[in-house]
Structure formats: structure tokens, C-alpha cells
Design a protein around this ligand. Structure first.
Ligand code: ATP
Ligand code: MG
Length: 178
């Protein structure tokens, strides 16, 4: 195993109450796929991929210096991406504070020499199930949105284990303190 690189991403990491709501919503989706483990539910902000361990301080500095306010995220829509074969929870109207935060992080990472490995437009979502059956019917309507008070950003390492991906939160920075 090459220990000189880590697979990193920046994410919104839910607290216990939001995680419990995400689990509830996940469990309303027909189980025609592999549910994401409770502890793995999250929302990716920026995916960096393989980063040399020696470059981690630069990633941390970029994240730590992001001046962005805390905000509330309303997740009100379940959907499927048939090609990616995932079921997700997202927002019909992502708040400008979220897109602003992601732009800010991307810009700061780019100036630190980290290119964005994903050229596709950013679509904020929490993955609920993977490997979903392509014959899924329409996604279930939500009884109530998930209200997520967002007050921090986390740097997370993704480790591939026999049982699938395992995520480790390495560091968390508060928002709104600038
Ligand atoms: P696995 O790849 O082992 O099936 P995973 O996709 O959950 O599991 P990672 O690939 O390490 O684990 O991804 C970590 C997070 O980053 C996930 O939220 C994933 O959706 C997101 N991600 C992965 N690759 C990209 C990419 N190229 N662009 C944007 N986000 C990505
Ligand atoms: Mg992946």
C-alpha cells in the first residue's frame, strides 16, 4: 500500500440529529440498491482525490482560510442518477451560501495548485444508495425536508476497505467566524 498519498475530500459532515434524518430518508427509498452506511452519509463539497501527504498542510490552509458564513441547507428532493446508479437527496434550490462556499474552496485550492479533478458542474447531494436497479420507479416524495444547520467544513480521508469505502474526518473548521 502506498502510504505517501491520501484520498481526500472536503465535505459537510452531519451531526447526530441530521444524520438520523438522513438515515430516515434513505430508508424510505426502495431498497433496490446498496444503502450507504449510517456513518458514511455526508455531502461532498470538493473532491481532491489522491493528495501527497506532504501537500496536506496546503489543503488545510486553503480550507482553514475560507471566509464563508454559516447557513441552513434545506434538502427537499430525492432523485436518481441512472447512469451513476445512485439515489440521492438534494435541494431544489441550493442556497447561494453553499455554492459560494464551494466556489471559495475551489478557488483557494486552485491557487494552492490543486486542480479540480471533476469538470462537471457541482451538484450538491447526499448519496443514499449505490448500485441502484435501473428499473427503479419514480423517487419517493419527501414527507418533510431535512433541515441542516451548516456551521463547519470537514476534511475527510476516504479509505477503501474490503467492506467498501470508509471515511475518516481529519479536521473540521467552523464557518462564520471571520
Ligand atoms: P467507492 O468509490 O469506493 O465506491 P465512494 O465513492 O463513496 O466509494 P470516494 O470515491 O473516495 O468514495 O469518494 C468520496 C466522496 O467524493 C464521495 O462523496 C464521492 O461521491 C465524491 N467523489 C468521488 N469522486 C468524485 C469526483 N470525481 N468528483 C466529485 N466528487 C467525487
Ligand atoms: Mg467513488
Amino acid at each position: 500500500m502506498n502510504t505517501a498519498v491520501q484520498r481526500l475530500f472536503l465535505a459537510l459532515w452531519p451531526g447526530d440529529a441530521v444524520r438520523a434524518r438522513l438515515m430516515q430518508v434513505r430508508d424510505t427509498v426502495p431498497a433496490r440498491g446498496r444503502p450507504v452506511a449510517d456513518a458514511n452519509l455526508h455531502l461532498t463539497l470538493v473532491f481532491m482525490g489522491s493528495v501527497a501527504v506532504s501537500r496536506r498542510p496546503a489543503v488545510e490552509a486553503a480550507a482553514a482560510g475560507a471566509a464563508a458564513p454559516a447557513f441552513t441547507l434545506e434538502l427537499d428532493q430525492v432523485g436518481y442518477w441512472p447512469r451513476a446508479r445512485v439515489a440521492w437527496l438534494g435541494s431544489t434550490a441550493p442556497p447561494p451560501a453553499l455554492t459560494g462556499l464551494v466556489d471559495c474552496l475551489q478557488t483557494r485550492l486552485a491557487s494552492a495548485g490543486f486542480g479540480d479533478p471533476d469538470p462537471r458542474p457541482y451538484r450538491p447531494h447526499v448519496t443514499l444508495l449505490r448500485h441502484v436497479d435501473k428499473r427503479l420507479g419514480p423517487p419517493p416524495a419527501l414527507q418533510a425536508p431535512v433541515t441542516w444547520p451548516v456551521s463547519s467544513v470537514s476534511l475527510v480521508e476516504s479509505v477503501t476497505c474490503a467492506a467498501g469505502a470508509e471515511y475518516r474526518v481529519l479536521h473540521t473548521w467552523p464557518l462564520g467566524g471571520h
